[in-house]
Design a protein around this ligand. Structure first.
Ligand code: ADP
Length: 280
């Protein structure tokens, strides 16, 4: 078409014009698509960030308001509160602080898991003791429920990270209470066979539909429905990572309106267990 000295015919020129504009259009489109994709991605990230910030600030603001309200009432000089009322206000402060601690501990745990900086501190662990520590921490809240524990007398000690397992029990018991009505029964059971210890936390609360039972262990996943209870969607994600790091398994069984049970296993001999420390 362009050999030296040759003139371009008007038809060729038109054809070339058409081609170049087509090519330019195509390039522009590719560019637009990638810009649009980037924007869509940005807005997804923004949306997620907003959701997280909203639920986090709500999760921290509510107990903080209760704490400062109770403290202000206690400090009010003109009113003279009786011993019982004072105790109630102090309990409110303690329970509010515990809630805030839980939210912050979950946040810290999840960032630690993501940065891969969690090394299990394995030691001989008496699960009955670990459950006891968790229940003592939840003391104020548990008085509003009927908590039953079942454990065999000959429950073997296992090598595990007791502090991390305590987080698991705290999160599971917290959920069992949060998604149940006051005064209902919550059962915490432990059994074992030759290879594993099996722990269950069962409640009679609102339950969950079958199609979400796998997703509830994902980060920031929350079941949406007409019943709104505060939360960050981090608790079960952390439980899953802790149990997996121990070479165990965690799963849920539930039906809407019929309560939920969370099961998890821990190997009795962690040194031989197939470890799965990778965070999903
Ligand atoms: P959250 O802070 O939202 O409670 P979790 O990770 O602990 O986060 O739980 C994820 C979601 O799974 C919850 O938002 C809730 O919808 C559901 N869920 C967890 N435990 C229970 C339970 N015991 N009963 C009913 N729903 C539950």
């Amino acid at each position: 078409l362009f050999t030296d000295g040759q003139k371009i015919s008007p038809e060729s020129a038109m054809l070339m014009n058409a081609w170049t504009s087509l090519a330019a259009l195509a390039l522009e489109r590719v560019d637009l698509v990638s810009v649009a994709k980037k924007e869509a991605l940005m807005s997804e990230t923004d949306k997620l960030r907003n959701t997280i910030l909203n639920s986090l600030s709500h999760e921290l603001k509510t107990p903080l308001a209760a704490i400062s309200g109770a403290a202000a009432t206690l400090l009010e000089e003109r009113t003279n509160y009786g011993e019982k009322a004072q105790q109630e206000l102090l309990k409110t402060i303690k329970e509010g602080s515990r809630r805030m601690e839980r939210v912050i501990a979950n946040l810290l745990d999840s960032t630690r898991f993501e940065s891969g900086s969690v090394a299990l501190k394995l030691d001989w662990c008496d699960l009955e003791d670990t459950v006891g520590v968790a229940l003592r921490q939840l003391k104020e809240a548990t008085t509003h429920y009927k908590i039953k524990t079942h454990m065999p007398d000959d429950l073997p000690f296992i090598r595990a990270d007791a502090a991390l397992l305590e987080h698991v029990f705290l999160n599971l018991l917290d959920n069992a209470m949060k998604y149940s009505v006051l005064d209902s029964e919550i059962e915490l059971g432990i059994t074992f066979d030759e290879n594993n210890v099996l722990c269950t936390v069962r409640d009679n609360g609102i339950g969950m539909p079958a199609n979400v039972l796998k997703d509830i262990f994902n980060k920031f996943f929350r079941v949406t429905g007409e019943i709104t209870v505060g939360g960050t969607g981090l608790g079960l994600y952390i439980c899953k990572n802790i149990i997996k790091a121990h070479g165990g398994r965690i799963w849920a069984e539930s039906k809407p309106g019929e309560g939920s049970t969370i099961f998890f296993t821990l190997p009795r001999n962690i040194d031989n267990a197939k470890m799965d420390i990778l965070v999903e």
